[in-house]
Design a protein around this ligand. Structure first.
Ligand SMILES: Cc1cc2nc3c(=O)[nH]c(=O)nc-3n(C[C@H](O)[C@H](O)[C@H](O)COP(=O)(O)OP(=O)(O)OC[C@H]3O[C@@H](n4cnc5c(N)ncnc54)[C@H](O)[C@@H]3O)c2cc1C
Length: 149
């Protein structure tokens, strides 16, 4: 098996074609990792979330990373890690356009993009819209590796 580094352009291509990744952040000095849906565009990862542990964590420690991979076998896989800074896109203010853009990108990628991020074990009242937000990760560094037999 040969393991090699991917260049930045190859990493970006994999981010652009991926829709689910593992978001890693830090809360109370502990790592916290959850799967999220996202869309990549121009050095930004866009996503949507209810207000919960990961949002509180990223507000406290905005440096985060997102891992995506595709594993065909233990000898055939690729994996990309994008490191960057969390930024909330509020409905009003200077980031309103980016928030609308995030909605539009997610909508184009998958019409049911909102569903995995809007259900919780405590979602009893399906009518009320719980507190939610759009956010992006401004990518500062990407690394990638691939393996093939
Ligand atoms: C394919 C897929 C796509 C998803 N897309 C999104 C998305 O785009 N946006 C989004 O916000 N969420 C998405 N989710 C759900 C996400 O993984 C989290 O479960 C959810 O966002 C709640 O995270 P939270 O930090 O707000 O946890 P909270 O609701 O605050 O949860 C409290 C506690 O529950 C536990 N917990 C929460 N989530 C998980 C989990 N997934 N696995 C195990 N334990 C958990 C943790 O211990 C946490 O401390 C997706 C999940 C999957 C599988």
């Amino acid at each position: 098996m040969i393991v090699s580094e991917m260049n930045t352009q190859e990493c970006r291509m994999h981010l652009a074609t991926s829709r689910v990744g593992h978001l890693a952040c830090v809360t109370n000095g502990m790592p916290y990792v959850v799967p999220i849906s996202f869309v990549y565009e121009n050095s930004h990862i866009y996503s949507f979330s209810l207000i919960g542990r990961k949002v509180w964590a990223m507000r406290g420690h905005p440096q985060v990373c997102l891992e995506v991979d595709e594993i065909h076998s233990p000898r055939s896989w690729w994996s990309v890690i994008a490191f960057g800074r969390y930024e909330e896109l509020s409905e009003t203010g200077p980031r309103q356009n980016e928030r609308d853009h995030a909605w539009s990108l997610l909508q184009q990628a998958r019409p049911d993009w909102w569903e995995p991020g809007s259900e919780t074990p405590y979602s009893e009242d399906k009518v009320a819209i719980p507190p939610h937000l759009f956010f992006r990760i401004n990518i500062e560094k990407i690394t990638g590796r691939r393996a093939f037999a």
